[in-house]
Design a protein around this ligand. Structure first.
Ligand SMILES: O=C(CO)[C@H](O)[C@H](O)COP(=O)(O)O
Length: 231
């Protein structure tokens, strides 16, 4: 699919999700190229008088929100988020399991998603890949100290881990100061079991498997928008 068309589809999904935003809401503001389009659309509504507060899932999203005049808050002020709008790297429509974190923000994204009453995931149809893991590795955020030891433990779980590098060829560092090991497991049939096994490893901070968190998936296809809701 041509890049312009993918961008058009991402914008359609973002705009559909922003229709769910209501006055007075606490919003989770996602990270990535699709989520950024939703943040733009929220910013336009704020400029037109909408009253919301947002919790950003990355420093990049925080900076974008500030530029747009979206008031920001944190979990010191609110226990729960009414609605989070975020992208995803892979979605299994069978149970709305997601892989997230190719943009590097998975830890904050998961903290915000876990506190959200509703999580709308916005994607173009290229993110639908059937069984999760078939085409997308699982990002695993790992403390820097001893990352090679954590990598060996991951290999013990049959992963093929690869340390993520930044554009400068140095290890990519997350907003939390950690590294990411992108782990190819092949198709994942028992995501919850795998997630639990990964989390039990010393040195693993969080995984990019988002299970039972998405409530709505908004898919932009060339022929139109499809909304899939949990249950
Ligand atoms: O999980 C993420 C960032 O950590 C993003 O939501 C995910 O990478 C999708 O990004 P994009 O919309 O640019 O394809």
């Amino acid at each position: 699919m041509a890049e312009d068309e993918v961008q058009r589809l991402k914008r359609l999904a973002a705009e559909k999700a922003v229709e769910l935003v209501e006055d007075g809401m606490v919003l989770g503001l996602g990270t990535g190229s699709t989520a950024a389009l939703a943040v733009d659309a929220i910013g336009a509504r704020v400029a037109a008088g909408l009253k919301v507060v947002g919790i950003p899932t990355s420093e990049v999203t925080a900076a974008q929100s500030q530029r747009l005049g979206i008031p920001l808050t944190d979990f010191g002020h609110y226990n729960a988020v009414d609605l989070t709008i975020d992208g995803a790297d892979a979605v299994d429509l069978a149970d709305l399991t997601l892989i997230k974190g190719l943009g590097g923000a998975l830890l904050r994204e998961k903290i915000v998603a876990a506190a959200s009453k509703r999580m709308a995931v916005i994607i173009d149809e290229t993110k639908l890949q059937g069984t999760i893991g078939s085409r997308t590795p699982v990002p695993v955020e790992t403390v820097r100290f001893g990352w090679q030891s954590t990598e060996r433990q991951l290999k013990g779980l049959s992963a093929k881990p690869k340390l993520r590098l930044g554009k400068d060829g140095q290890p990519f560092v997350t907003d939390g100061g950690n590294f990411i090991l992108d782990c190819d497991f092949g198709p994942i049939t028992e995501a919850a079991k795998l997630h639990a096994a990964l989390k039990s490893l010393t040195g693993v901070v969080e995984t990019g498997l988002f299970i039972g968190l998405a409530t709505d998936v908004i898919i932009a296809r060339p022929g139109g928008i499809e909304v899939v809701r949990r249950g």
